[in-house]
Design a protein around this ligand. Structure first.
Ligand SMILES: *Cc1c(COP(=O)(O)O)cnc(C)c1O
Length: 385
């Protein structure tokens, strides 16, 4: 067994996911921009770029990494509530396709920087549609209390000062209401709000060249094997129907749903210990390699990978990491076959927001990854056993 911990990526699953997305969107004017923040692993970015997707970046580094991985600058969108001047310069210098703006002040800064370069970038306005994503409050972004998007007040002010903004070309509208959304009714509600907002935009700003509806499609964390490919058909059908009256290209920014199920975190049991009422399994991976449980109370399915000749009884474990924080736990009362030192566990659905969120806290060093085309037969057998 290789050194642990490491991220394990099954590129066949990634290919199958990308093909499903392409098959569900090829006959429409739909364009997918992969949200790089979900996973910026070089090989994964290259694979997604090869499939012809655009990218959605939230930092200057992500813009540069996307270009290096093969995304064409024209297919890159730059979003984020706090872009620095240096990052805006990276976007302008690389002539990326579009900048998604989240405040009036940001628009003024871009206009000035672009004027100095004698260049007119395309920008879109991120508006807050006030739609409840029915997801975890920490990953909900589309309610008026969230920090994201132009406020209604700022939109009105933008309309009045627009004639003075000579070095921006406002061409689109952008929405993103949250992540890990599994209720299609949430996206239906978003479509309803978009249908209300677009006429207001066209009456004041001008013709809409494209509409970006964000990302957010959720995945099955409880039982990943039953749904390795997320519900793309329902998702795209919802927008196809909900926005059927608008005759504009629709951009999507999917992150999690594209990469989550192709990855897992492989980790070793260092120690097993018992208290009066609990069994603890201490792992060599923790919140520094997978932060979601500590950050949002997220739950990932955990499996024991090594196969034994004898069947052990199942016990309830608190699965904890080595980091000096009580929140460094992947779950309590997780039912697993009896564990012992040296056992290998697979924490599933770690292709998104795991490697890209990893931390150096406790002096932890970057861990490696293992990208495979084929899941080895041993792993497959263990999974199905
Ligand atoms: C994070 C983010 C996404 C991707 O969200 P997923 O839930 O991973 O699909 C898309 N757009 C913006 C603006 C984001 O911040």
């Amino acid at each position: 067994m290789e050194n642990t911990p490491f991220y394990f990526y099954d590129l066949n699953v990634l290919d199958e996911t990308l093909n499903t997305v392409l098959n569900n969107t090829k006959s429409d004017n739909f364009h997918i921009h992969y949200a790089v923040k979900a996973n910026n692993n070089k090989k994964i970015l290259e694979t997604i770029a090869d499939s012809g997707f655009g990218s959605d970046c939230v930092s200057g580094w992500e813009i540069e990494a996307s270009i290096k991985a093969g995304f064409s600058p024209a297919s890159i969108a730059f979003a984020g509530v706090g872009k620095t001047d240096n990052e805006i310069a990276i976007a302008l210098n690389n002539r990326i396709g579009m900048i998604h703006c989240e405040s009036l002040e940001e628009i003024l800064v871009i206009n000035e920087m672009a004027r100095a370069m004698n260049y007119i970038p395309k920008i879109a306005l991120r508006l807050n549609p006030n739609v409840n994503a029915l997801t975890h409050e920490k990953i909900s972004t589309g309610l008026s209390e969230n920090k994201f998007g132009l406020t209604v007040l700022e939109f009105a002010e933008l309309v009045t000062i627009m004639p003075t903004l000579s070095h921006i070309n406002i061409v689109g509208l952008h929405f993103h209401i949250g992540s890990q959304i599994t209720e299609m009714s949430v996206f239906e509600r978003l479509c309803e709000r978009i249908n209300e907002i677009v006429p207001q935009y066209e009456n004041t700003i001008g013709t809409l060249e494209y509409l970006n509806v964000g990302g957010g499609l959720g995945i099955n964390y409880d039982d990943p094997d039953s749904e390795i490919i997320p519900a793309f058909e329902d998702y795209f059908d919802t927008f196809r129907w909900g926005l059927r009256k608008l005759n504009v290209p629709i951009h999507f920014e999917l992150g999690r749903s594209i990469v989550a199920q192709c990855g897992s975190l492989h980790t070793k049991v260092l120690y097993v210990k018992k208290s009066e009422n609990k069994n603890f399994a201490v792992l060599d991976a923790g919140m520094t390699e997978l932060m979601r449980p500590a950050l949002y109370g997220a739950k990932h399915k955990i499996e024991k990978l090594n196969r034994e000749a004898v069947m052990f009884e199942e016990l309830a474990y608190d699965i904890v990491g080595p980091i000096c924080e009580s929140s460094d736990s992947f779950g309590s009362d997780v039912i697993l076959p009896e564990l012992k030192r040296g056992d290998i566990l697979s924490v599933r659905s770690c292709g998104a927001y795991a490697e890209s969120m990893s931390l150096r806290y406790n002096g932890r060093q970057e861990i490696g990854n293992n990208l495979k085309r084929q899941v080895s037969t041993t792993l497959r057998m263990v999974k199905t056993a």
